[in-house]
Design a protein around this ligand. Structure first.
Ligand code: CUA
Length: 321
């Protein structure tokens, strides 16, 4: 058996319980195809050479049919294909149906960040944690367009669709980080729509969830910072420090020293960044677009963040100076 952490010559590392069975089926089909290809092409090349034209006149012997051969070449592949179907279908069911005791994590895709929410209210963006050796079920939806949640080392991928839920489950077998990709082209920063799965021991996982839980007694700007980096996912597009300190990201306007600043908009008008301007930008991002940025890049957060959360975010943005 190969070391699960080392990628094989054509497959990524195996980091979930399903990965080895998936690879076995995949490699079996691949090698079967290679075997058939070599067999058929080999026989063809051989006959082309053996029965090549060597001058003179020849009358071909016409063979109309051969019942034994015809039944053999129909029935044998039929059984092979039925076998592959049953094998693949059983594995598909294993991948599609999560165990009943699976822990649930809600996942929201938005341009261009993955957000995660736990049953106790803990939230995070661009990263989430799971305990090793426990089945985890992701209940996923999108805030805007079609995305696809893809973890190559877990061997699973599922479309994330607006206005409906899709699910995906896995049981991690290796401690450490695994890479999440967005596998459906979703616009400008599709290739940057990444996340990390931290596979942790049970105690480390408990601590991680606690650290990412909301503290109701925290100051508004502290709560706002958590929303900014967690539930809101704002940090995926907006930098909060000076250009020298934090060159990326630059998808949205830099919020460092933004409060009170005069912005120039794409329609030529200007406006001062006030509480009302920030609120409008969160709820109706397309009302005004700062010059130099793409219109429509930001999704609305109306109905996603409540009044208090928007207030907390404003309090946080005021501290960025
Ligand atoms: Cu989200 Cu591509």
């Amino acid at each position: 058996m190969m070391d699960p952490n080392t990628p094989s010559f054509m497959l990524p590392p195996q980091a979930s319980t399903l990965a080895p069975s998936y690879d076995l089926l995949y490699l079996s089909i691949t090698y079967l195809c290679i075997f058939c290809f070599v067999l058929i092409m080999g026989a063809m090349t051989y006959f082309v050479y053996k029965y090549r034209y060597r001058g003179g006149e020849h009358k071909a012997v016409e063979i109309t049919h051969n019942t034994t051969l015809e039944i053999a070449w129909s029935v044998i592949p039929l059984f092979v294909v039925i076998g592959l179907f049953v094998w693949g279908f059983r594995l598909y069911l294993d991948m599609a149906i999560a165990p009943r005791d699976a822990m649930e994590v809600r996942v929201t895709g938005q341009k261009w960040v993955w957000n995660f929410e736990y049953d106790n209210g803990a939230t995070s963006s661009k990263e989430f944690a799971v305990p090793i050796g426990k089945p985890v079920k992701l209940v996923m939806t999108s805030r805007d367009v079609l995305h696809s949640f893809y973890v190559p080392s877990f061997r699973n991928k599922m479309d994330v669709v607006p206005n409906r839920y899709t699910t995906l489950w896995f049981q991690a077998t290796q401690l450490g980080d695994q890479q999440v990709f967005c596998a459906e082209y979703c616009g400008l920063d599709h290739s940057g729509m990444l996340a990390q799965v931290h596979v942790l021991s049970e105690p480390a996982f408990e601590k991680w969830v606690k650290d990412h839980s909301e503290d109701k007694n925290a100051a508004p700007h502290e709560r706002g910072k958590k929303i900014f980096n967690g539930k809101g996912g704002c940090m995926a597009c907006h930098a909060v420090k000076s250009e020298a300190e934090q060159p990326q990201p630059v998808i949205g306007p830099r919020l460092y020293q933004a409060f009170g600043r005069t912005e120039k908009f794409t329609d030529g008008t200007t406006g001062v960044v006030t509480e009302n301007y920030i609120r409008e930008s969160i709820e109706m991002p397309n009302a005004k677009t700062v010059a130099g940025f793409a219109a429509g890049a930001m999704p609305t957060f109306k109905g996603v963040l409540n009044d208090q959360e928007i207030g907390d975010l404003i309090a946080y943005i005021k501290t960025l100076k």
